[in-house]
Design a protein around this ligand. Structure first.
Ligand code: ZN
Length: 454
């Protein structure tokens, strides 16, 4: 699959053109409704059922990695599955029941079948006194424990007495499951999209990421691609660590990447730069996102957050940024039952999808050219590129033609021309296409930052 990368074709049109983002947001919403009830964790049948629903929409290769497999400093954990979990009072009334909400059980709770006093039960109950109607999200992946999560209002209403506790779960050797959708392009250079699939009934985190990544892959399947695309749907942290451990020899193909999640709330778009800080995707985000959302924020890398923690760890340092709206921990509903459909806005979902599409499209269309007529301006009018009326103020497209000709010296890619001219990236890419077609430009090497393996 190695290519020289000297001269590459790139699609003439933006990936975003012709997309009805509102209709796609409705599609994402419907997919999220299907995924919402599933009891997901970092391993187990919830992840498999989730991947099956993704695989019904896009081609997905599912990998099972056995428990106990060493992955860098970690180990693939035992597989966890649960059939039922509840607490009943001494009259047999169910106080909490996993069947009512997947957040009621702390993820990775060990099996329990016992009767306890309220005093004995109390350390195993988790609530949010500041939001008495919300159920918190708790996990105990790497310590043997059990617990239930419930609204503080319910917890406060419990009377002293004896409580029957039953957790019918299994923690046993099995596997960690992840899915990949690979879409080959004209070159083997890859754009990686990573999203986590380990959270139970929570909408913004992580169903928006799962749904939007699936729709992006579905869209990319329909178009000519210059870059190759790899979508990875895996549990957070241990999933990206496992994927990296198994693909260490392949990650040199990754030229761009995005970690997706938290894309449906009403906050502004937030792009978190890669650890490098100046990767092509960081520069692309800087030129395209403010045009989509005037209040878009670009923030610097920090070793905290989602799977960029692993993908950008110093031993990999991949050119991967993260797109969210309001970042993790910065909204009160985060990791609680209030992260449900009421938190999600269809317009925000549509805008997030547009942002993803435009980021991918700019990576797809970015190129460096050489002006073949660099001594004085070429006559654009006789080539049909400049409007014939003299004296009129040139429009955006004409400005773009002039900027592309001026900076196409084999060293400036279209992103750097957008940075300097402040013109829209897609207008510059359209101008470059037009100039290329009439023979005034030739592609130089691969875009700055992209180097193909030979
Ligand atoms: Zn989370």
């Amino acid at each position: 699959m190695g290519t020289t990368g000297a001269v590459e074709t790139h699609p003439g049109k933006s990936l975003a053109s012709g997309c009805d983002f509102r209709a796609l947001a409705d599609e994402a919403w419907a997919m999220m409704e299907e995924l919402f009830p599933i009891c997901r964790s970092i391993t187990g049948d919830g992840v498999r059922r989730t991947l099956a629903l993704i695989g019904a929409r896009i081609p997905l290769q599912v990998t099972e990695v056995p428990s106990g497999t060493q992955v860098f400093d970690w180990e693939v954990p035992l597989e966890w599955n649960v059939r039922e979990a509840w607490i009943a009072d001494d009259e047999g009334r169910r106080i909490v029941d996993l069947h009512d909400h997947t957040l009621h059980l702390m993820s990775y709770s060990v099996p329990v079948d016992t009767t306890l006093t309220l005093e004995e039960l109390r350390p195993h109950l988790h609530s949010l006194p500041e939001h008495p109607d919300w159920i918190p999200y708790r996990t105990s992946y790497y310590r043997e424990d059990w617990g239930f999560c419930l609204p503080d209002r319910t917890l406060q209403s419990l009377r002293p007495g004896r409580y029957r506790v039953r957790i019918d779960s299994t923690l046993e050797p099995g596997s960690l499951t992840y899915g990949e959708c690979y879409l080959p392009g004209a070159v083997s250079d890859e754009f990686l999209i990573f999203t986590h699939v380990c959270h139970p009934s929570l909408c913004n985190d992580n169903l928006t990421g799962i749904a939007l990544a699936t729709l992006l892959a579905a869209r990319l399947r329909e178009v000519d691609r210059r870059l190759s695309y790899r979508f990875v749907f895996a549990p957070g942290t241990i999933g990206s660590i496992t994927w990296l451990a198994r693909n260490e020899g392949e990650v040199h193909r990754i030229r761009h990447g995005l970690v997706l999640g938290l894309l449906g709330d009403r906050g502004p778009l937030t792009y978190k730069r890669s650890r490098r800080g100046n990767a092509p995707i960081d520069r692309i985000a800087g030129v395209v996102l403010p045009a989509i959302d005037a209040s878009a924020r670009l923030i610097d890398f920090s070793p905290y957050g989602y799977d960029e923690r692993q993908l950008c760890s110093p031993g990999f340092d991949l050119p991967i940024g993260r797109l969210t709206r309001t970042p993790n921990n910065e909204y009160p509903q985060y990791h609680t039952s209030a992260d449900d459909f009421s938190l999600i806005d269809r317009g925000a979902l549509a805008q997030s999808l547009e942002a993803c599409m435009v980021l991918l499209s700019a990576a797809e269309r970015n190129a460096t050219y050489v002006n073949l007529n660099p001594k004085c301006e070429p006559r654009l009018g006789k080539r049909g590129l400049f409007r014939p009326v003299g004296g009129a103020h040139p429009g955006e497209f004409e400005h773009a033609l002039l900027w592309v000709l001026s900076l196409s010296d084999g060293h400036h890619d279209l992103v750097s021309i957008a940075e300097r001219s402040r013109l829209r990236f897609d207008v510059l890419a359209d101008a470059a296409n037009a100039l290329h077609e009439v023979g005034l430009l030739r592609p130089a090497a691969a875009p700055a930052g992209e180097r193909n393996p030979t």
